[in-house]
Unconditional design. Structure first.
Lengths: 506, 355, 156
């Protein structure tokens, strides 16, 4: 039965007013919080696969409350690992480590966590509002972007290497090139050619980005603790600041939150970009566009706010395509669609017509879970922040456990262990010799996308894709963004040269 | 028949029973209690947390229920190499004691027969227990805007852009087979799309056509069929003769085969697709354990709760195939070297062979 | 030492060019033309810089932020080398332990041995954390979620 969207929104809310639904939401939020701090072997896809056979027998809204409660909170609480341990969080929370961990090391873990939860909560709300408003207009938005447009956007993302390279542009570009090269390992989808596989079945699917990120950042962070013998020879920086400081930081940077949230929503909506990119795009944008950015990469709170709000807003974007078009954006949304089908709903235009109230129930649950998750995060963060003070003899083996378990759980192959050790050692040398690891990760996550979109564009359109209005518009945007970044750097160089060169007096 | 003779003679029956237990101690009491208190490991050749994982989880509660002794059933994930890693493990490393079952992907059969690298198992030596799915119809369809509403127009239009996941992927090979047998003119195969990206690309005109699993298309985009948003051209029935309830009217691809080689090609491909997701045991598993597990699978498939649960969890209808039937499919699979080489021409990136 | 690492990268890019040279254009475009050749050129420039001490001469004149952590340990070289080697020995030992013993045993053993031997922690907190680790690895995954980890080589 078709009803107006306003009626659907009201009915959707009324669907939630049952104790069972509320308890299911709480259970989901708890599970999501736990998985956020657990080693990567227990990620949201696995949790969904475990919960599905159980919730499929429940009332739909109760089951939805559990599933959406878990997934919406998992992203909000993902900052614990990067801030406290220096380990990249799950997909979408890797960039947080760049500034979150230095803040934690400086004793500002509470501020970093407060900022991440507030940003995550705000991002979640923006994503939810977008989902709610997108129902009438989502379809044309999604189909607007083809492979040519996506290629230009990925190219723009890659241009952020210029930012992520910082004061080492050559080394940054080398690192990015290395990342691009690693991204090509495996069987190429377009030709079937085995590239850098060396007859090893393990390498057929390429090298896992999760393992690389875990090892590249987690091992050098642990090494730092071991070298300094933190807590024994060198005392950790005393815990200072409050969660509330992070909240104020986030509110002050509200415009950054809005911009990065829309980056997240857009990544969620457009099929193909993937969650591994969202935090890097948001971080790169923040580092490129913010004023007074000398401290990015060294503990600038905006380096925490940007990726966290984008990562949480992305969930709203994911649900736009999942619910309104029936297109899953990843494993979690694919499993969510399975659950909806099991309850008798058909995600897509049919669901908008016949079950709009259920869609709005999802919207309400997403929003309420986001707020609940944020509040839980605030409650726990105060105590968990003290983990940043724990001495190295406990932290180092804990980080080892997270890294080894997280790596081994990817394919449960012995070769995962070789990979994690090799990239752990690589991460050490890269940091030692000043090769920016973020630039390498950017090359790695964007390399495959760039190749695929370029190939698809050329195969479908020849060179005519360059004349598409969307492509031209995006190229201008990307070029402008790049121009301003370079100009800012050149001016900054000139200022530095002026201040360092003695002024001749005559 | 022998038992019918003894039915009237209870003393003879009792003596016979005692004789059986003496001669075959694996039966009777021992049989029902072997699995009690034990753990059965399901080696899944899929990654944890995906839809492939759900297919395995759909079987789990029923295996627990129907294996006598109600053992604990756990999953060990061994994804990689398109299923080769798990299959290699079952064949070479798993103990043939009836406590390890492989929940394999159907691709392992094709990979072995095609002689792909990384295969160190023999498909004819696995012990097959059955498969929860055997129906796997494929269809080819094109966007309505092209106006290709009959085969002649399809054949006359050059350069149709057919999308697929990757070279060698099932949808890619299916697309190439359809293009070949339907005599499409200079089709262009564009790989590198995920399933959802291909759907979007079809709608926004980046692609013209696609081959895909029929159930999957209709589940995700039922309006494509109901509202005529896509033109459906042909179907590959797996198994042959099993008419799809909504697309059964489409011409079957086999009808376009002209030579014996072409017919064998389609038979081979149909057989590869028809094994579904086979459950396998290591070679050398004792016969008594095999019989227990085969019976458990039979009971699972006949369990009235299985089909609705499977459908609810997976979204597709279960179409189970028993052990004997699965063994037959595999034994009867064409293995001609010439046909294998011919099929390889469709799974690679080279232009289609001339017809 | 920096030059050695740059040489390593040069070797990687050269290797990529060598292995990829005979691939068809579609397969070669990204790894060879977009990544390896530009990477090689840039690495050679960097090698020159490393060899001539260009970066230490430039010093503060180069603007921009450090976008990654800087290695800022102020130990004497010998101690730093010794601790670094020890650290990686534990890490690699942990990985080898997973391979030989399986993750169920290797992770608790790693944490136990590290805390007692390297960290010289007291037995009680060590045992508590070891038990917690075992509860996580075996209790959560194998027992509760019924997901079996692969056995170690010694137990196969």
């Amino acid at each position: 039965m078709e009803i107006s969207l306003v009626d659907a929104a009201i009915r959707g809310f009324l669907n939630l007013l049952h104790l069972k639904v509320f308890l299911a939401m709480l259970a989901g939020v708890s599970i999501g919080t736990f998985t956020a701090v657990a080693p990567q072997g227990l990620g949201m896809p696995l949790v969904y696969a475990i919960m599905l056979p159980i919730v499929i027998r429940w009332e739909p809204v109760t089951g939805i409350a559990l599933l959406i409660g878990a997934s919406s909170v998992s992203a909000i609480c993902a900052a614990y690992l990067p801030v406290l341990f220096g380990i990249p969080g799950g997909s979408g929370s890797q960039a947080t480590v760049l500034d979150g961990y230095p803040m934690g090391q400086r004793g500002e873990a509470r501020r970093a966590l407060g900022a991440s939860f507030m940003a995550g909560g705000m991002g979640s709300i923006i994503g939810t509002l977008t989902l709610a408003c997108a129902i009438p207009v989502a379809k044309p938005l999604i189909y607007l972007m083809g492979s040519p447009e996506l290629f230009v956007i990925v190219l723009w993302g890659l241009s952020m290497v210029a930012v992520l390279a910082g004061r080492r542009p050559i080394k940054g570009m080398i690192a990015a090139a290395f990342g691009l090269l690693l991204a090509t390992a495996g069987q190429q989808a377009q030709s079937g050619i085995m590239r850098f596989v060396f007859d090893e079945p393990y390498l057929l699917d390429g090298i896992s980005i999760s393992i690389i990120a875990l090892a590249l950042f987690g091992i050098p962070a642990a090494l730092d603790l071991a070298l300094k013998r933190l807590g024994v020879e060198q005392q950790p920086a005393p815990l200072k600041g409050k969660l509330y400081d992070g909240v104020i930081d986030t509110l002050r940077e509200w415009w950054l939150v809005v911009r990065c949230s829309f980056i997240g929503v857009w990544v969620g909506i457009v099929p193909g970009i993937g969650s591994q990119v969202v935090d890097w795009l948001a971080y790169g944008h923040a580092a490129q566009s913010c004023k007074d950015r000398e401290n990015f990469g060294r503990g600038d709170v905006r380096g925490v706010i940007a990726p966290e709000c984008a990562n949480d807003a992305k969930d709203g974007g994911d649900l736009v395509t999942t619910l309104l078009l029936g297109f899953p954006q990843g494993v979690v949304t694919a499993l969510f669609i399975v659950a909806l089908l099991g309850w008798g709903f058909l995600p897509g235009p049919e669901m908008i017509k016949k079950n709009a109230d259920i869609i709005y129930s999802v919207v309400w649950i997403q929003g309420i879970s986001g707020i609940t998750g944020t509040l839980i995060g605030f409650v726990l963060a105060g105590q968990l922040a003290k983990l940043a003070q724990v001495r190295y003899s406990i932290m180092v083996p804990v980080i080892f456990i997270f890294v080894l378990m997280g790596a081994f759980s990817v394919t449960r192959d012995e070769a995962d262990l070789i990979t994690v050790v090799a990239f752990g050692i690589l991460g050490y040398f890269m940091r030692l010799f000043g090769y920016p690891r973020p630039a390498m990760i950017l090359g790695l996550v964007l390399g495959d996308l760039m190749e695929r979109y370029l190939y698809r564009s050329m195969a479908s359109y020849g060179f005519t894709w360059l004349a598409r209005p969307g492509v031209i518009f995006l190229l201008i945007l990307a070029a402008t963004s790049f121009f301003f970044a370079v100009r800012s750097r050149v001016r900054s160089n000139a200022r530095t040269m002026t201040t360092s060169t003695p002024v001749a007096t005559s | 028949m022998k038992f019918q003779q003894f039915k009237a003679n209870r003393v003879s029956l009792a003596l016979g029973g005692i004789l059986l237990i003496t001669l075959f101690p694996g039966f009777g009491w021992a049989q029902n209690n072997f699995y009690a208190g034990k753990t059965v490991t399901l080696v899944a050749t899929t990654a944890p947390g995906g839809t492939g994982d759900l297919r395995v989880k759909a079987m789990l509660p029923f295996l627990k229920k129907h294996i006598p002794g109600n053992p604990t059933v756990v999953i060990e994930y061994m994804d990689g190499g398109g299923g080769r890693k798990g299959a290699n493990h079952i064949y070479n490393s798993a103990r043939p004691d009836g406590l390890t079952i492989g929940a394999a992907s159907g691709a392992i059969i094709g990979l072995a027969i095609l002689g792909e690298k990384g295969v160190s198992y023999n498909v004819d030596k696995f012990v097959y227990l059955g498969s929860p799915e055997s129906e796997n119809h494929y269809v080819i369809y094109s966007r309505k805007e092209l106006g290709l509403n009959d085969l002649k127009k399809l054949q006359a239009t050059p350069g149709i852009r057919i999308g697929a996941q990757s070279v060698g992927h099932v949808s890619y090979v299916a697309g190439r087979l359809f293009a070949y047998f339907l005599n499409m003119k200079d089709p262009k195969f564009i790989a590198g799309y995920s399933s959802r990206e291909a759907d979007v690309a079809l709608v926004n005109g980046e692609l013209d056509a696609r081959a895909n699993n029929a159930a999957s298309v209709l589940r995700r985009n039922s309006d494509w069929f109901e509202k005529g948003l896509m033109n459906f051209h042909s179907i590959m029935e797996v198994p042959l003769g099993d008419k799809h309830p909504r697309l059964g009217h489409l011409p079957e691809i086999g009808a376009f085969a002209k030579t014996k080689k072409e017919k064998d090609l389609i038979a081979m491909w149909r057989a590869f697709r028809g094994v579904g997701s086979p459950y396998i045991l290591p070679p050398g598993t004792p016969k008594d354990k095999v019989e227990i597990l085969e019976e458990a699978m039979r009971k699972t498939f006949r369990d009235p709760e299985f089909a609705p649960y499977f459908k609810k969890l997976i979204g597709d209808d279960a179409s189970p195939m028993g052990a004997a039937e699965l063994r037959k499919v595999i034994a009867e699979m064409p293995r001609d070297a010439e046909v294998i080489d011919f099929l390889k021409e469709f799974s690679g990136a080279a232009p289609l062979p001339a017809r | 030492m920096t030059a050695n690492f740059t040489l390593f990268l040069i070797a990687v890019f050269l290797g990529a060019c060598y292995w990829g040279w005979n691939w068809p254009y579609i397969a070669k475009l990204m790894p060879v033309y977009v990544a390896a050749i530009p990477g090689l050129i840039l690495a050679l420039i960097q090698l020159y810089r490393d060899a001539t001490g260009w970066e230490s001469r430039q010093g503060e004149q180069d603007s921009g932020n450090e976008m990654d952590e800087v290695h800022d340990v102020t130990l004497d070289k010998r101690t730093e080398l010794r601790r670094t080697i020890s650290f990686f020995a534990w890490f690699i030992g942990g990985a080898v332990g997973v391979w030989l013993l399986g993750i169920d045993y290797a992770m608790p053993l790693l944490i136990f041995l590290y805390m007692i031997v390297e960290g010289k922690e007291k037995p009680v907190p060590t045992l508590v954390l070891t038990t917690f680790t075992y509860a996580l690895v075996w209790g959560l995954f194998e027992y509760t979620l019924e997901m079996r980890w692969p056995s170690g080589l010694l137990f196969r």
